[in-house]
Design a protein around this ligand. Structure first.
Ligand SMILES: Nc1ncnc2c1ncn2[C@@H]1O[C@H](COP(=O)(O)OP(=O)(O)OP(=O)(O)O)[C@@H](O)[C@H]1O
Ligand SMILES: [Mg+2]
Length: 367
């Protein structure tokens, strides 16, 4: 009877899927079926096999998820054998024709049309969420004139004074994440007043002359807008894609469209829109207040025809922790904000990138 699925197998497949639906990812608190972690479910005469797709195969929660999923499948009557394959190494498709940077698998840029919407906050928390899911992660601070990543990563006083054995700049590290920033090369009080060509050279060197080692993800925190730094990165770096950060009230669609055109014209997929400072929950009465209006990020994503990746609530704790170098994902991993960052990080993992890339490639031109 092998080779063709009979109606008993189809029914059992449905029951197994229902059982798996009840298994939640321990950090995302959502069903592993609903967030697309289960792939290739096959049921044949009581034998069940499926894949669980993780951020990386090194995910620390791997054993727990694997066991709970296997137990769920065994709970279905008639199931005799369950085989769970863990996968996490499928990389985002290499749409870029640029030379890859040796050792770095996925480079994702975090951008915005306007300043102050939370790009750096998103960059550091996304990086920490990916790292805590088992990925090796670095952050490149491409904001040369206003570098904020070191402060938010607890590396305010770090400088670069060492080289790696292969002669590259050794990036300072905290929260198990390597960071490169202009702030490590100039003193606080010195303003950086470089013109375009020098800026271009420095940014290129940050990618190629830093001892990043092996990285699953390099998150690039961009300055706001569509200036020289963005153009250099688009030209020189094999980006897997970019995410756009906005706040609900930022109905400056034109600015965001400009950013989107910049990426799309260069053949770089926009993986989606993140809405930051979406709402505020009163600590006394749990009331949800949409301080800046509601639904701006989703509207923007729909208008730009890219995925909406999620909303991050507003909370003074985000800034307070950032100011002392502890991203909220590290300082308060159970908070609503951290959960939002984990969910966004999950969507940026390879399988989801693939979905985003394919959708975007289908609509390659910008109106
Ligand atoms: N969800 C949030 N809740 C509360 N405060 C936040 C939140 N997100 C960001 N902030 C705070 O808002 C300020 C601006 O955020 P951030 O520096 O990340 O923005 P940015 O877009 O990188 O700014 P710039 O364009 O200047 O680089 C920071 O003080 C940060 O701590
Ligand atoms: Mg910033």
């Amino acid at each position: 009877m092998f080779g063709r699925q009979d109606s008993g197998d189809t029914e059992m497949e449905r029951l197994v899927l229902d059982a798996l639906r009840k298994v939640n990812d321990p950090e995302l608190h959502r069903s592993i079926v609903e967030i697309g972690m289960i792939k290739n479910l096959i049921v044949k005469e009581g034998d069940v096999s499926f894949d669980i797709v993780l951020t990386t195969t090194a995910c620390p929660l791997k054993a727990q998820i694997q066991k709970e999923a296997a137990d769920a499948a065994y709970s279905v009557e008639g199931v005799q054998n369950v085989k769970v394959n863990i996968s996490g190494e499928t990389l985002a498709p290499k749409v870029s024709k640029k030379q890859p940077i040796p050792g770095i698998k996925n480079i994702i840029a975090v951008s915005s049309g306007k300043g102050g919407v939370g790009k750096t906050t998103v960059s550091v928390n996304l990086a920490c969420a990916l790292q805590r899911r088992g990925a090796t992660v670095g952050i490149l601070d491409a904001d040369i004139y206003g570098p904020n990543v070191p402060l938010m990563m607890g590396l305010k006083n770090a400088i670069i004074n060492e080289k790696t054995p292969d002669g590259k700049m050794k990036p300072p590290e905290n929260h198990n994440i390597k960071v490169m920033s202009m702030a490590f090369l100039v003193k606080d009080e010195q303003p950086v007043v470089w013109r375009g060509p020098l800026l271009d050279r420095v940014i290129r060197q940050f990618f190629t002359d830093t001892g990043w080692g092996e990285l699953d993800y390099l998150i690039v925190d961009l300055p706001p807008g569509t200036g020289d730094a963005q153009l250099t990165i688009i030209e020189a770096v094999p980006l897997v894609g970019a995410v756009i950060v906005t706040t609900p009230q930022e109905v400056a669609i034109l600015d965001s469209k400009k950013g989107l055109s910049m990426f799309k014209n260069a053949g770089i997929p926009v993986l989606g829109v993140i809405e930051n400072m979406s709402y505020y929950i009163c600590p006394h009465c749990d009331d949800k207040t949409y301080l800046f209006g509601q639904g701006g990020g989703k509207t923007l994503a729909d208008l730009l025809d890219v995925p909406f990746l999620g909303e991050v609530p507003m909370n003074p704790a985000v800034r307070q922790h950032a100011d002392v170098g502890e991203p909220i994902v590290v300082a308060e991993p159970e908070s609503l904000q951290s959960e939002a960052f984990y969910q966004i990080a999950h969507q940026l993992t390879p399988t989801s990138c693939e979905r985003g890339v394919n959708e975007l490639l289908a609509t390659a031109t910008v109106s």
